[in-house]
Design a protein around this ligand. Structure first.
Ligand code: LLP
Length: 424
């Protein structure tokens, strides 16, 4: 469900004409819909139950306006760096609704998190347990923490986003969890309050996740049997979205609905505080990347459609062979003939390809097209490769829009560098 639709032949975000935004800020531009973000968050929270703690995984989209929209609804934040802690708090997420995950938190980052008093730190290794104990003790604090456990069950839309297999770097091994739980319970500076798991991303078939969650439930019961306090179980994120319509391999109700039913079935009767870290499912379909067609390069066997966005702006196709729907901003006639295009950006490598052989209504130089479902892992994964400025980001609400991140200026782009003394 999203709020990007054609009205009078023009693609709109809620009540705003995409063309009007482009006129004001140019291209490429990310455009986000508040109504879609709010709806996804509300549906997620409602289906997972009133007691669920929802920590939005801000790695998916860390735009200040997006974060503030979610913060207003009472969302927490799942963060993976000090930068994310700082930005979540700047957007109005209080520290007591922040969960800090990640395999490589530095002592400085741990100290910052403990200092501001985050709700929970998800410990991923024995070394990190020791570091947290040291850092918190030094600060005279006791930090609530859980162990992220690797259940050795991976799942996900692509090998690079599968995290739950024992071959992946994430979490403490399932077999070590009981020993570490006992050890953590005896260390100063930390209060071990539960467990966490996250097995992968872009998941639409939930059998593997259900198996992992059953394993985690078993571990909760084992630990409790040994006399440990296990108050929290953080089930991570991972719920996928329909990038391709129709979704190729999954039928039936919306993914959030099927996921929630699975969670309730697996956790039925277990008295525990459940936490969730959804990212993609909240924001993916709430964002588009609008780009302008620059040139058509006609070859004997193919047509390259060269646009002004590139892999540095949206890396998912280059990095994960990801599929994004492409919609012309001017609504095509339903019977408009289709042409096969290889849609590519200006970056100087062949990997800068959004799609090959995509059937689209004719696109002419100057036309605007929109990559759909670009709200998650789009802007947050962008870079300035080829010294291309970071693109503008716009948040829409009803008939209003606001540039929540202006396009990076050339001064900002090149002004950080310094000449060494010997060349000055
Ligand atoms: N929690 C943890 C510990 C995670 O590692 C992740 C994502 C999430 C929550 C949120 O997962 P989500 O609900 O968004 O699936 N860049 C890739 C996706 C990487 C996901 C990394 N971890 C992509 O563009 O597909």
């Amino acid at each position: 469900m999203h709020h990007f639709e054609y009205h009078d032949g023009r693609l709109c975000a809620e009540g705003v004409d995409i063309g009007a935004i482009v006129e004001a800020v140019g291209t490429p531009v990310y455009i986000y819909s508040s109504a879609t973000i709010e709806r996804h968050f509300e549906v997620f929270r409602a289906l997972l139950g009133p007691k669920a703690h929802v920590f939005y995984a801000m790695k998916a989209n860390a735009n200040l306006g997006v974060l503030a929209t979610l913060a207003r609804l009472g969302a927490g934040a799942d963060v993976v760096s000090e930068g994310e802690i700082r930005k979540a708090m700047a957007a109005g997420v209080p520290a007591e609704r922040i969960v800090f995950s990640g395999v490589g938190k530095t002592e400085a980052e741990l100290a910052h998190a403990v200092g501001v008093g985050v709700y929970q730190i998800n410990i991923e290794s024995e070394g990190e347990l020791e570091a947290l104990s040291r850092v918190a003790s030094r600060l005279g604090k006791t930090q609530n923490a859980v162990f992220r456990v690797n259940p050795d069950i991976g799942a996900g839309g692509h090998a690079k986003i599968t995290t739950g297999s024992s071959a992946n770097k994430f979490g403490v091994s399932f077999d070590e969890a009981t020993r570490l739980y006992a050890r953590g319970s005896n260390l100063p500076g930390v209060r071990i309050v539960g467990l966490a798991v996250h097995i992968g991303s872009q998941i639409l078939a939930f059998e593997g996740m259900a198996e992992a969650f059953r394993k985690m439930r078993g571990l909760v019961e084992t630990l409790r049997g040994e006399g440990h306090r296990v108050e929290r179980l953080d089930l991570g994120g991972g719920v996928g979205v329909p990038y391709e319509i129709p979704v190729p391999f999954v039928q039936g109700p919306d993914a959030i609905e099927r996921y929630a039913a699975m969670v309730h079935a697996v956790m039925d009767g277990l008295d525990i505080e459940l936490g969730f870290e959804p990212g993609r499912v909240i924001v993916a379909n709430a964002g588009i990347l609008v780009t302008r067609a620059l040139y058509i390069n006609q070859r004997a066997d193919r047509q390259f459609l060269i646009v002004d966005a590139a892999m540095n702006d949206l890396v998912r196709p280059a990095m994960y062979e990801a599929y994004h729907e492409i919609w012309p901003v001017n609504e095509p006639a339903p019977d408009a003939p289709r042409i096969a295009y290889d849609v590519v950006g200006p970056v100087c490598e062949s990997g800068d390809t959004f799609t090959t052989g995509r059937q689209l209504p004719e696109v002419r130089p100057g036309d605007l097209i929109a990559f759909q479902s670009a709200g998650a892992y789009g802007a947050t994964m962008s870079s300035t490769y080829n010294l291309r400025p970071l693109v503008a980001e716009v948040l829409v609400r009803g008939k209003a829009f606001s540039v929540t991140r202006p396009r990076q200026t050339y001064e900002e782009l090149i002004g950080l560098d310094r000449l060494p003394d010997w060349l000055a």
